[in-house]
Ligand binder design. Sequence first.
Ligand SMILES: Nc1ncnc2c1ncn2[C@@H]1O[C@H](COP(=O)(O)OP(=O)(O)OP(=O)(O)O)[C@@H](O)[C@H]1O
Length: 263
Amino acid sequence: MRDISVGYGPVRALRRVSLDLPEGTVVAVLGGNGAGKSTLLRAVSRTLSFQGGALTSGSVHFGGRRIDGLAADRVVAAGISQVPEGRQIFARMTVTDNLRAGALGATGSRAAKADALRRVHDLFPVLADRGAQRAGLLSGGEQQMLAVGRALMASPRLLLLDEPSLGLAPLMAARIADTIREINAQGTSVLLVEQNAALALRLATTAYVLDVGEVALSGPADELAASDEVRRRYLGVVDEDAAADATRGTGAPPTLRRWEADR
Ligand SMILES: Nc1ncnc2c1ncn2[C@@H]1O[C@H](COP(=O)(O)OP(=O)(O)OP(=O)(O)O)[C@@H](O)[C@H]1O
């Protein structure tokens, strides 16, 4: 995405955000509450208008094709699926019907959809075991698995994940992280939005830090994880020396790009 700006009426949620996601990688977007992380995903999946938002500038390309003029269902058909914030499963439908719903926008053949269902059941056996149950009866972690599984039913080339670890116990969050790694290893690119910076930086190749709608920092995930500023603000590491360095402006490693420097 290049120079994306988004507004919800008078609220400016993103300002001139640019981001690259090389094919086959996991890119993480970090930031506190209200930083604009979900908005960024909605700008890709073209679901901003469902929330009263709109792109006011910039462009989004996927696989060489411009997609910021498409309707949301065409974005799914182009190979991008989103796991929305809060999972948004269909609680009164069965687990299997939730999964089938995920294949509705896909362009693949019947056989491709059967393959997708097998892949989801391999990744999350519990979704096969409990296929006939109402989805609302699943635990929080299982519902997150269902939300990811539903998105995979469209066999996306790019998976958009909005805070998959939110509200999960550490063990369950770690399981979800393992599955994201596996999904990526199978060839699906991932754009991961997380407040859990430690988890996201372990999974990602590259990361971006959003601060009040702007990219404050970006760089290789391991270098961001080592940056004093990220450690202090997002990883909860209290280090007096690092804090003093950061206020003197010497905290970030040189390969990290500070957004202001690009302007
Ligand atoms: N539907 C909406 N209408 C009006 N303002 C909105 C809407 N959705 C988000 N915003 C505003 O846009 C800004 C970015 O919100 P967004 O939800 O993208 O942030 P976030 O980083 O995902 O936050 P969180 O981690 O709390 O979900 C915030 O100021 C928020 O209040």
